[in-house]
Write a protein that binds this ligand. Sequence first.
Ligand code: ADP
Length: 464
Amino acid sequence: MALAAGIFAVDVLTPLEVSVSILYVFVVLVVSSIYGRTGILVAGLACEALTLIAHPFSPGDPWSHWPLIDRVIGAVGIAMSTLLVMRNQSTMDALQRSEAFLAEAQQLGRTGSVGWRDPRGEQYWSRETWRIYRYEPGQTAPTLAAMLARTHPDDQRLLEQTIEKAFREQTDFALEHRLSMPDGETRYVRIVTRIAREWAGEAGFVGAVMDITAARRAADELQRAQSDLARVTRATTMGQLAASIAHEINQPLTGVVTNGHTVLHWLNERTLNLDKARTTAERVLRDGERASGVIRRIQGLLMKAPPQATDVDLNELIGGVLDLLQTELRLRDVAVQTQLAPALPAFLGDSVQLQQVVLNLVINGADAMSEVTGRPKVLVVGSREGADGEGVVFVRDSGIGLDRETVDKIFSPFFTTKAKGMGMGLTICRSIIEAHGGRLWASPAEPHGALFQFILPNKAQVDL
Ligand code: ADP
């Protein structure tokens, strides 16, 4: 307002030859930095009005040729600058709106953007990237160092190496890693970047930082549910089996005990009748045989249940079991190493039963390491080809181990050293492997732990 009044005064009072009214352009510019489009329009119109009102009062002869041309130039200048400033304002508004939409969409998709020109230099971070790394914008310089400060200590080296390699070799990269937040929470991000040669006129990387914590937790939950299911299935099968064995054997044993008591009673009373004693002894024998028949039948059932023989890829089978148990093993701090023979031929077998065997051996290995302290809990699962083309699968742990005496007992039914153990796992595993024409055995591992191995005949030897 004061500026416009000043210009008006100069215009009316000073005998300047040039068009003073062009100075109103400044008024329009000043207004544009404070007000929106309507404000600019009003200011532009007001300046036009002032410049026209001032004309008759300007010194000299305002209606002669040159002053009139000057005035028109001034008026056109004000009109053009008003229009340009208004257009600029619209573009700015549109840009701000689109940025707001983008920020909103990034927040919804939990994906921020980043830009890099050099690995250690300052980066560009969008608002969502600041949020993902839990920094206030401006709290720190957006650099790799700031990213590393929020990265899980075990993943820092990986992140640094990946970024340095990508810059050195000028290749795109994608990396998933953990973040360690100031409150101790662990979150997961996935960074995907692409080389952008035209980025701000220089080679650099543009990329997206995705917060995948929710998806990762859901996947972990699923894994956990799957391995729980595997454990429950295992426990239920064992439980049912044990219950039916107990029931089947209990009956003849009750007979044996009752008849034994009767004979004892006769002996005590000295009323032994030889014929009756013979019949009772025969009953004892009959019941005893019934009980051992039950055991034989169960063993036969386990061993002769015809396996559903198909081509089995042992490495794939091991991978499947380890996938299933991944979360469980991670939660138990077990580091799994695989040593899989490349180009292992296919073997004939029932993949579900064989999976059950590997699952049992892996869980037993993890159980054996649960008490271990002071050394890493490493479980090695591997495969190799035997001298005659047999398939060998081994599971080696670094747990409490087996002594000579225990090695002989662990495959016996109901042998267990675990508080909640059933002692049937290894018995069933051995039956399954023997039904496949193979062998399962255990030995102490060096320097700690136990080594379980099973061998499956090659396809030419097999007779399922
Ligand atoms: P459960 O796991 O229910 O005890 P198993 O038949 O699978 O039944 O195992 C029987 C016993 O063999 C276990 O209780 C344990 O004492 C021993 N055992 C099995 N695997 C291992 C191992 N990897 N290391 C040491 N001992 C083992």
